[in-house]
Each structure stands twice: as C-alpha cells, then as structure tokens.
Design a protein around this ligand. Sequence first.
Ligand SMILES: Nc1ncnc2c1ncn2[C@@H]1O[C@H](COP(=O)(O)OP(=O)(O)O)[C@@H](O)[C@H]1O
Ligand SMILES: [Mg+2]
Length: 398
Amino acid sequence: MLQAQEVLQNRYQLERQLGNNGVRQTWLARDLQATEAEHELVVVKMLAFGGAVQWDDLKLFEREAQILKAIDHPRIPNYIDYFCVDDRTLWFVLVEEYIAGESFKDLLNRGQRFSEKQVRKIAKEVLQILIHLHELNPVVLHRDIKPSNLIYGEDEHVYLVDFGAVQDKAAREGVTFTVVGTYGYAPMEQFGGKAVPASDLYALGTTLIHLLTGISPADLPQKDLRVQFSDHVNLSPAFMSWLQRMVEPAPENRFQTAQQAYYALRHGAKKPSYNSSLAAVTKERFINNSGCGISSQEMVPEEILGWNWGAFLMPWLWLWTNNVWLGLLCFIPNVGLVMTVILGVKGNEWAWKSRRWRSIEHFKQHQRGWAIAGILLGAPLSFLLWLVTFAAIAGIFV
Ligand SMILES: Nc1ncnc2c1ncn2[C@@H]1O[C@H](COP(=O)(O)OP(=O)(O)O)[C@@H](O)[C@H]1O
Ligand SMILES: [Mg+2]
C-alpha cells in the first residue's frame, strides 16, 4: 500500500492524498528533482492494475496521460511523467502539474455560494477551455465536468483537471463503450455512449446550477427530464434562458458548440429557441451585428479584432469601401499620421460597425484584400513619399 512520504522513481515524494475513487488514487507530491520552487509540487495519479481494475480502466488511464501530453493550454495542467512501479502490485503512474487553488467541490463543501456575476465569469472561462478542446482534431470531449474537476486557482482563474473520462475519437455505432461521467452532471445521451460536444455543455450547465443553488443536480427535482432549478435561484431573464438552454435534455436543443454558447453568453442570449433551425437564426443574430453604427456600444465578434494593415497602409482608399467616414481625417495634414495609426488599431471594429457584412468570413476576406493591396501598393508608395520628403528636406538644407 502506498503511503505518505514514500518516494516513487527516486523522484516523487507522496505528501497527501487528494482523491481515491476505488480504482485510482490521486496524491499531492513533491518533485525532489525540481529546479524551481514553483514546480516543486506535482499531482501524482495512480492506478493499481489487477483485481477490480479492468482493461477499460487502464485504457482510460493511458488515454488520460496521452491527452494531457498532447494538450497545451494555460488552464489545463501540464503533463510531467508517466511510468510503472512494481510494489507487489503493478502501479501505473501519471505525474502532472499541480494547480495551486481549491476545487469548486471543496468551496461548495465549505458552504460557499456563487452569484450570477461570479457564475458567468466561471462559465466564460470554462467555455474558453472547451472551445480549445472541441476544436482539436480529433475532437477532445472531457465527459466529466463537475465541481470536483474544476479548480479555482490562486490566480483567480478556473482550471479544468481530470481527463480520466476523456474521449478523443468519435464513438462508433455498435461498438461496446465504457460508461463514463457522473450521475446528475452528465447528460442522458452520454450514458448511451453517444457523447457529443453539447454533452460537455450540459455538464457545465449542471455544474453552474450546483454553484448557484448549492444543491447537487442529482438532488434537484426533474420534470420531463429537465432539471428544475428556477425556484432556488434569482437570475436575470437572459442568463436564465441561457442556462436552461445549456441543460436541455435533447442535445440538439442545446447550443451546438462551446463557441455558440460563449457568444450567446457574451452578447446576451435572446429567448431560448427549442428548434435547431431557429437556433441557427438566433445565432446569426448574435454574431452578425455588423452595420450597427460606429458609435454603437455593441460588442463585435472577437475573431475580427486585431491590427488592420489595409487601413494602416492605404487609409485614403480603404475608408471608401468600408464606409468609415471618420477616416477622412487622414487627409488633414498633421492629424493624418495619427489617424492612420488609429485606423490600424480601430479599423476592424469601425469597418464591422459601419457596414452590413454578409458574414464574418465576408468581412475577413475584404480586409485581407486590402491588407494585400496595402503591402503591395500602399507600403512601397508610402516609402517613396517618405523618400521624396526626405530628399526635399535634405535639398533645402544643402
Ligand atoms: N493538477 C491538479 N492540480 C490541483 N489539484 C488537482 C489536480 N488534479 C486533481 N486535483 C485534485 O484532486 C482531486 C482528484 O483528482 P482527479 O484527477 O479528479 O481524480 P479522479 O479521477 O479520482 O476523480 C480533484 O478533484 C482535484 O481536487
Ligand atoms: Mg475527478
């Protein structure tokens, strides 16, 4: 039996047990070979092979190690090591970075409750991690999002841990599958072996409900398979609709991707639509708010933001097709140079707001065209103008 102070591989000294689910043990340990103090603490996960532990457990454990090794994300612990130890029992050991903080389960157990504002922030942070995982090829589904697998870091950011239930390939029809996920948090389709990206959204939704109500979703009443939580919370109508949509029983009635859920949360979900074609229209409305007017306070899609080379290099031509009339200031001597830089910074936002674009892709294509024109034409022309100016100034002083 493994005990505190025991050293594995002459390197990892076990300190304190963090979890034991019967099959796996999780320990906080000290890396005796760590060169920097901040990397001294590590998390050691161990699986004892044999007895109750079956091939399926080992398969999931090895997958956990592989996925952690492959994923590089600031809010997911880094992989450190993977090895076997023979101590009468055969142990498979995974070592990963320790995230300083507390799990949301610990915080709930201590009686902490979370406000709508806090829960919105947590939701956004987890969705950002899920956007990354779901956009990987092949898609990575976590399948076990719940308060104990989310850590509230000392840096006040949310981290996702425990990739022990992860799936990285599409489940094939008719093939036997391992049931993973936790009752109450995981959606029905997952217990039938058909996890999709929207399954992680359901688990995030039920987790958020737990944080808001302090009641485990398995203990909340259900009606037509829907978790009934409205009596226990006091939420704004927009956030209520958003959360209800996250925990729709049928996956096709939820947001389809983490990206969609994130947009809806940031830009304010309209009334929940339980019909997927309607959902597509609603989504279009959230994202495509182009043409709302340059002075409007509306948020613009994050993907379009950034430096606009076309606006910077050819402001005098760029402004006409983008309807950014403020750009006319670039024709005024002295002010012009400052305006050119401002157009580089704000060009994308202003162009988005001043004209109606068919889609984000349409917008991006247009700006790409101007950037290419700017580099091929604008930059050499500007360079020539500067050269002429310098030559003229030099001529005056010679
Ligand atoms: N990388 C980590 N950093 C900090 N705490 C962790 C880390 N990994 C796990 N923990 C803590 O240990 C607990 C158990 O680990 P976990 O990986 O979830 O094991 P299990 O597969 O048994 O659920 C988690 O609920 C969490 O509180
Ligand atoms: Mg866990």
